[in-house]
Write a protein that binds this ligand. Structure first.
Ligand code: SF4
Ligand code: SF4
Length: 377
């Protein structure tokens, strides 16, 4: 079987070829235009960045992508789904506001936002894939309804998965709140009694009659009835219905691969990753610690597995910048060729995640890196 092609450009520019044009060139070179976009709803999956984090992809790139898709006859929209934890993106109102704050407004991003899983993260559709870990991932409706998926991924480290790239952006990022619960948790939700106000919202909305208010007017889950749908976590506005015990990194990566399979099922798709501001952790944090390696470039592919592997390999090959999370513990070492993700997150298992993604048919790890040769015209 031939290798998957990953198209790559470095970040050198000239007056006639800026980074937006270079992104457009590799996307074109990679063949995105072969997708029939005419009159199709196109979900551009992107992370808008938690307020305070400045490592997310600039809206200018999203604008260029949206304009490319419109020129090919498609109807693009920018999308992400709500978070499980409280913060600036846990419901659609706050999420859109946070996105605007980070520049994803109709002027800068030239595209509208639809939060995939709706106002409170409960708008989801189960997409059957008969996965080993997740039989029918719970995907945000706007993504499930989209005809074409384009992912724009900020490639960086991640505290739970090792790195965050295309698979993480798609699999975790398109999961509804209930989906995120399934991804993260090895168990069903729990109630933090201190936070519970007894508002009864979870009781009213649990479709399985699995929650009651006890004599102290605190929510209590009947685990014989609870199916782990996550609705109570999505609806509780007091951080009282929360995740149970976290799953392992290995299983989290397996589940993310299965969720990605559901997101992309039966749909044309294409992926672009930005290996810039390679911060140690997810853009879901309200800060981004110093980059680990110098900015590397932009890569694009039809194959999200090959794309993630190529980006990981480039970060591994790169030298380490001074004064960051790696140099805190490895101050005088030459670390070109070292697995930076394992250095900073030793409990993570990104390699096993890619192996599993390949095994379930999402793509292949073997790739051919095709460079954009011209950078000065
Ligand atoms: S929705 Fe939250 S605060 Fe309200 S009763 Fe349920 S757990 Fe308690
Ligand atoms: S996870 Fe679902 S089934 Fe379980 S208590 Fe919460 S709403 Fe009910």
């Amino acid at each position: 079987m031939s290798k998957s092609k990953v198209y790559f450009t470095d970040l050198r520019t000239s007056p006639s070829l800026n980074l937006l044009k270079k992104m457009e060139r590799i996307v074109t070179l990679a063949g995105m235009e072969s997708i029939d976009f005419k009159k199709q709803f196109v979900a551009i999956k992107i992370h808008f960045g938690e307020p305070g984090n400045l490592a997310f992809i600039r809206p200018n790139y999203a604008a260029r992508m949206a304009n490319m898709i419109r020129s090919l006859g498609g109807k693009p929209f920018l999308t992400d789904s709500n978070t499980l934890y409280s913060g600036g993106r846990s419901n659609a109102v706050d999420h859109i506001r946070s996105a605007m704050e980070n520049g994803f407004n109709p002027i800068s991003a030239q595209c509208d936002i639809i939060i995939a899983d709706g106002l409170k993260g409960t708008d989801c559709r189960e997409i059957p894939i008969n996965g080993k870990y997740c039989k029918a991932p719970k995907i945000g409706v706007a993504v499930a309804d989209a005809d074409i998926i384009i992912s724009m991924n900020h490639f960086k480290g991640h505290e739970q998965t090792g790195f965050g790239g295309a698979l993480k952006n798609l699999g975790m990022g398109c999961a509804s709140v209930a989906g995120k619960l399934e991804l993260h948790s090895a168990s069903k939700p729990v109630i933090d009694e201190e936070n519970c106000t007894g508002c009864n919202v979870c009781v009213k909305h649990c479709r399985h009659d699995a929650i009651l208010l006890n004599a102290n007017r605190k929510a209590e889950i009947d685990y014989d009835r609870c199916v782990g749908c996550g609705q109570c976590v999505a609806l509780c506005q007091h951080s009282a219905a929360v995740l149970g015990e976290d799953d392992t990194s290995e299983r989290l990566n397996y589940k993310i691969a299965e969720y990605t399979k559901a997101v992309l099922k039966d749909k044309p798709h294409f992926h672009v990753s930005f290996i810039m501001n390679v911060s140690p952790e997810c853009d879901c944090w309200n800060h981004n610690d110093a980059a680990l390696v110098p900015d590397i470039g932009i890569a694009a592919s039809f194959d999200p597995v090959a794309l993630d592997k190529a980006c990981a390999d480039m970060v591994i090959s790169a030298p380490v910048l001074p004064n960051n999370r790696i140099t805190d513990t490895h101050p005088h070492e030459h670390l070109e060729g070292c697995d930076k993700f394992r250095l900073i997150h030793p409990d993570t298992e990104w390699k096993k995640g890619l192996e599993y993604a390949e095994k379930i048919g999402l793509g292949m790890q073997e790739y051919e890196l095709v460079p954009l040769l011209v950078h000065n015209k």
